[in-house]
Write a protein that binds this ligand. Structure first.
Ligand code: ADP
Length: 478
């Protein structure tokens, strides 16, 4: 079974969020199951540098306004097909924009990626022809549409929604340049609220739709979470499935993690104290016996960071300390910096993106807070489980599917792995923090919860098998 994965970011080369982790980890998880996965990625500068010495597979004299080529390369243990198109991807700044604004040609950049994916899939002269195309998020979602309106309309395709909030919605005026036939500009094609919807087009055309947790798969079929696509997702019914993300258990392994001050296992939890001390130093926290709760997150409304900022004083009043790592919304950064300044020694914040520090925090903090308004899967609570850092999460999406709340019965049965709260407001968050501080006071119960979390299977093994089954069922349906 050969699968062409199409992704706009991939760990460890280029990353803005969980999509990169998934795109980077899936190929290795699928290999042992007989699925050979290659990933088509944009030739951003960091990717081009990693792909040096690769072999040119295919050339385009003109692809959406410039010369382009597909380069086959092995990099960081990944089999890549790199879309080398300097006019689209060779620029300084972020993957999707710079100076706070999206790149104005994003539609062209990602239509090109999808166009090339469809070409690669159907090129009979190619030595490597995939059986399935697996497109991730709106940036890749036109690939199934190009296939559907091309010579092989029944080509097996999967679209995975990592976050329905990002849909790739553009004005209708771009349509003529996409190279799709006129009939594609219709409600059952790419048309979306009068414009062109990349994700919408993919959801309409794909053989199967997955999202990254069973709860999110249900939520997105409701108006509250569907963001305009709930009707279409409900219509697609059985074709929409939730498959939980796993994590890279090699990169995130507390027993052998070079970013920790001290490695540890479930049997040597005492060693976490050294990591905790390093966190205290890094965030300017005074030593003490209070639990340190951390946040490792994009600072956005989705992640409930406005609720956190609004409740800052009340949360600290519960007796916890806070260590925050994140970046995003400038106003939220400011509000959290101000909160930390009001509670010097008890709250600290590092504004920025720091992978090494994220590891240290998971290995040294006592809890992690995730007050997300919606969370398709969430990865940080999975890392936390593996690192004995107890997740305190809103009851939504993948958070609801991966944490077992420490209610009385769950604690008595020894199955609790974290704390869960709803609704997603400040009162419920503050209550959960109060409950967390109390549980932390009972060291036996707390340690049992840490160990139970560390025993949870957060690897890719089960979910990779579900993807493999899905690919096979699509191919056999033909
Ligand atoms: P999302 O993709 O919505 O941002 P996920 O939980 O799925 O959320 O994935 C976020 C990923 O990004 C995790 O790997 C997390 O550790 C990482 N991350 C987020 N913010 C930071 C940060 N400021 N520094 C380091 N890593 C971060």
């Amino acid at each position: 079974m050969k699968v062409l994965s199409v992704a706009s970011e991939i760990q460890p080369l280029v990353k803005t969020g969980g999509l990169a982790d998934v795109a980077g980890a899936l190929p290795a998880a699928l290999g042992p199951l007989g699925v050979e996965m290659r990933t088509l990625v944009p030739g951003y500068p960091a990717v081009m540098a990693a792909a040096k010495g690769g072999r040119k597979l295919r050339g385009y004299a003109a692809l959406f306004g410039g010369r382009a080529a597909v380069i086959e390369a092995e990099a960081a243990g990944l089999s890549l097909l790199v879309l080398d198109a300097p006019h689209l991807f060779d620029r300084p700044g972020g993957l999707y924009g710079g100076n706070g604004a999206d790149w104005p040609d994003n539609w062209r950049r990602f239509a090109a990626l999808a166009r090339v994916a469809a070409d690669m899939a159907t090129d009979a002269s190619s030595a490597w022809q995939p059986d399935v195309v697996h497109a991730h998020d709106w940036q890749a979602a036109l690939a199934p549409a190009y296939l559907r309106y091309g010579a092989t309309p029944r080509f097996p395709t999967v679209v995975t929604i990592h976050n329905l909030a990002f849909q790739g919605h553009f004005p209708a005026s771009i349509f003529p340049e996409l190279g799709l036939p006129p009939q594609a500009m219709s409600v059952d094609g790419v048309e979306y609220y009068g414009g062109v919807g990349f994700l919408k087009a993919g959801l309409q055309a794909a053989g199967a739709i997955t999202t990254v947790s069973p709860t999110y798969a249900r939520e997105i079929r409701t108006p509250a979470f569907g963001m305009g696509l709930d009707g279409l997702l409900t219509l697609r019914g059985e074709s929409v499935v939730g498959i939980l993300n796993g994590i890279d258990v090699e990169a995130w392994n507390p027993v052998a993690d070079a970013y920790l001050s001290a490695s540890f296992s479930g049997r040597t939890l005492g060693a976490r104290a050294r990591n905790r001390k390093a966190v205290e130093e890094r965030f300017g926290l005074e030593p003490g016996n209070e639990p340190i709760a951390c946040i490792i997150s994009r600072l956005t409304w989705q992640k409930g960071m406005d609720v956190l900022a609004g409740e800052f004083d009340r949360l600290l009043g519960t007796g916890l300390k806070l260590a925050i790592l994140g970046s995003g919304d400038r106003a939220l950064e400011g509000a959290l910096l101000a909160g930390a300044a009001r509670h010097r020694g008890r709250a600290g914040i590092v504004v920025g993106y720091d992978e090494e520090l994220a590891h240290l925090m998971q290995g040294g903090c006592d809890a992690i807070l995730l007050p997300s308004r919606f969370e398709p899967c969430g990865l940080t609570q999975l890392y936390a489980l593996r690192y004995g850092c107890v997740p305190v999460v809103a009851r939504t999406g993948g958070l609801a599917d991966t944490v077992i709340d420490a209610n009385e019965a769950a604690v008595a049965a020894g199955v609790a792995t974290g704390l869960m709260f709803s609704p997603d407001n400040g009162d419920a968050l503050a209550d959960a923090c109060r409950r967390m501080v109390e549980l932390y006071g009972d060291r036996k119960v707390w340690a049992a919860m840490q160990k139970q979390g560390m025993r949870a299977d957060v690897s890719w093994s089960r979910s990779a098998a579900r993807y493999a089954d899905l690919y096979r069922s699509l191919v056999s349906k033909g």
